[in-house]
Design a protein around this ligand. Structure first.
Ligand SMILES: Nc1ncnc2c1ncn2[C@@H]1O[C@H](COP(=O)(O)OP(=O)(O)OP(=O)(O)O)[C@@H](O)[C@H]1O
Ligand SMILES: [Mg+2]
Length: 247
């Protein structure tokens, strides 16, 4: 039968701003962002509503026009980022494909840009020639982030982009995203379970529960004066390093 994984969700992100999507596992976050960029699984449909991006309704676009703006204008860092690189080609081939086919760069320019992107996310450019299976999980995740940034998209939708990274690299990657936001006016929609990532990276936060947004607003307000039990739980689950035990 039909099941609504996302129902009546509505939010706006202005250019150069960022919104964090949080909510318990299975509440519909990934389905929502896959719907926005139109990469739902074969059994999923967008039954109604609209997704407005620069004046166009993405839900109404033809498959070929949406394919034209993916990577270039909006790109998705999928939740399964680690398994999204083509296993039978060296990683650099994925970069060359996007940069040459979509970005219309020649091979030399594309190779240079691939090196630049690898450096940006803290990966050794030597590794561009490696196959995905020769990367660690976190390295693959960083490579996917670099790939999503390849053509300087205006909007990046990131589904748990830093979960497999240790806190130091996580910080480095978040800083890259924050800088792009500041310098190029990048707009960011980020799903995460980590409330500290939201606090550090996002202007607004939307809390989803069972397919709906139950709370939305500026991060400082939502985290300080949460009204939904899930938000309260999330905010309280975050240890206060300054407090000593028993206080
Ligand atoms: N291809 C699919 N076929 C059937 N049900 C699906 C499919 N993809 C997702 N669902 C269901 O839709 C609901 C929302 O899933 P979704 O992946 O959007 O959750 P999520 O909020 O991203 O969770 P998580 O935090 O664990 O990633 C779940 O009940 C899930 O079982
Ligand atoms: Mg998900």
């Amino acid at each position: 039968g039909i099941s609504k994984a996302v129902d009546g969700v509505s939010f706006t992100v202005d250019q150069g701003r960022s919104i964090g999507l949080v909510g318990e596992s299975g509440c519909g976050k990934s389905t929502l962002v896959k719907g926005i960029i139109r990469v739902l699984a074969g059994n999923g449909i967008i039954a109604g509503g609209s997704v407005r991006f620069e004046g166009n309704d993405l839900t109404q676009m033809t498959e070929s026009s949406i394919r034209n703006i993916r990577w270039k204008d909006l790109s998705l860092i999928p939740q399964a980022a680690m398994d999204s690189l083509n296993p039978v080609y060296p990683v650099i081939d994925s970069f060359l494909e996007i940069l040459m086919l979509k970005g219309k760069l020649n091979r030399a320019e594309a190779t240079k840009r691939a090196h630049e992107l690898f450096t940006m996310v803290g990966l050794d450019t030597k590794r561009l020639r490696y196959y995905p299976h020769e990367f660690s999980g976190g390295m693959k995740q960083r490579a996917m982030i670099a790939l999503a940034l390849a053509l300087n998209p205006k909007l990046i939708i990131a589904d748990e982009p830093v979960t497999a990274l240790d806190v130091i690299v996580q910080n480095q990657v978040l800083r890259v995203l924050k800088n792009l936001k500041k310098e190029l006016g990048l707009t960011l929609v980020m799903i995460t379970h980590d409330i500290s990532v939201v606090a550090e990276t996002c202007d607004d936060v939307a809390v989803m529960y069972a397919g709906k947004i139950v709370e939305i607003g500026p991060v400082s307000r939502v985290l300080k004066n949460s009204t939904h039990p899930y938000t309260m739980g999330l905010a309280n689950a975050f240890p206060n390093l300054k407090k000593t035990e028993g206080t």
